[in-house]
Design a protein around this ligand. Structure first.
Ligand SMILES: Nc1ncnc2c1ncn2[C@@H]1O[C@H](COP(=O)(O)OP(=O)(O)OP(=O)(O)O)[C@@H](O)[C@H]1O
Ligand SMILES: [Mg+2]
Length: 289
């Protein structure tokens, strides 16, 4: 079987920036695995994810090869990309509220995603959307179908975003910090949900996170990004027990008992010493929505 996702020497440079945001990344995902990508802010995690979705702005120059199900995607046209997104690859963005249209019912937004990719009636799309809402754990989905996003909690909105991403049963799900905006309990539930759906449907998941606790909870393997490079790839247990790269060691040393959920990775300088005192790196308190 062809690889679900194979990256070879992928680099991305924004405009005339001197340093590429992503540099020579090569990586092959195993079908059905949850692969975590960790790295400090600005290390290129989202740029890499957006490159796989072909969602980078036009000023970004991408080189190297990105292949999904054995097909090179860097040169697909708009129609081919539309087909790819949703059917083969779907993405969950960090901020659920921003990815939902505030003026439109949550159910219709899922139904629309379904109808964008398959010829089904409105009635059938609605039935499937309610089924998806139930699958992601929205209580009484039929009666919540017509609710606008603001009538749901933050955790429920993120579940709707996941339902929409999963609507067309993508083979690869890219989740860019899907739980960062959520409080600890809801984070754990959403991660559990992603894990359950992976098991039920064999979905491969590329999970981007700042949080080593999240990696430990759900990832089979993990890749560490540092200044645009993928400097280490390992089985999760090996990464925690025997990190190879000095940056990874510094990262783990700075999180002895597992950093609290939601905390940002510390800034680590070139000599791999940890700067714990970087106050502007900490996330604001979440409001638990
Ligand atoms: N649209 C853009 N135009 C110009 N530069 C960009 C753009 N998007 C990202 N960059 C740059 O690319 C680099 C990597 O950014 P990216 O968003 O991929 O980091 P990240 O690892 O996802 O960080 P975070 O953890 O904060 O989300 C940064 O230096 C950033 O300034
Ligand atoms: Mg990012």
């Amino acid at each position: 079987m062809t690889d679900i996702l194979a990256l070879s020497q992928v680099s991305v440079r924004f405009g005339a920036q001197p340093e590429p945001a992503v540099r020579n990344v090569s990586l092959t995902l195993n079908r059905g695995e949850i692969f975590g990508i960790v790295g400090e802010s600005g290390s290129g995690k989202s740029t890499l994810a957006n490159a796989v979705m072909s969602l980078l702005p036009t000023i970004a120059q991408t080189t190297g090869s990105i292949s999904v199900n054995g097909r090179e995607i860097t040169h697909l046209d708009t129609a081919e990309l539309r087909n790819l997104r949703g059917n083969e690859v779907a993405m969950i963005f960090q901020d659920a509220s921003a990815s939902l249209d505030p003026t439109w019912s949550v159910g219709d937004q899922i139904a629309e995603t379904l109808r964008a990719h398959s010829r089904i009636s409105l009635r059938e799309a609605k039935a499937q959307a309610i089924q998806l809402m139930s699958e992601v754990g929205i209580p009484e989905p039929a009666s919540r179908y017509s609710d606008a996003p603001h009538r749901l909690s933050g955790g429920q909105r993120q579940r709707i975003v996941i339902a929409a991403a999963l609507a067309n049963r993508p083979q690869l799900l890219i989740a860019d910090e899907p739980t960062t905006a959520l409080d600890v309990t809801i984070q754990a539930q959403v991660l559990q949900l992603i894990d359950t759906l992976r098991t039920a449907h064999g979905t491969t998941v590329l999970l981007i996170t700042h949080d080593l606790g999240v990696v430990a909870q759900v990832c089979d393997r993990v890749g560490v990004m540092y200044r645009g490079e993928l400097i280490e790839v390992a089985e999760t247990t090996d990464l925690f027990s025997a990190p190879r790269h000095p940056y990874t060691r510094a990262l783990l040393a700075s999180n002895p008992a597992g950093a609290p959920r939601g905390s940002r990775l510390p800034v680590i300088s070139d000599d791999w010493s940890v700067d714990r005192a970087a106050p502007d790196e900490s996330l604001p308190e979440t409001d638990g929505r």
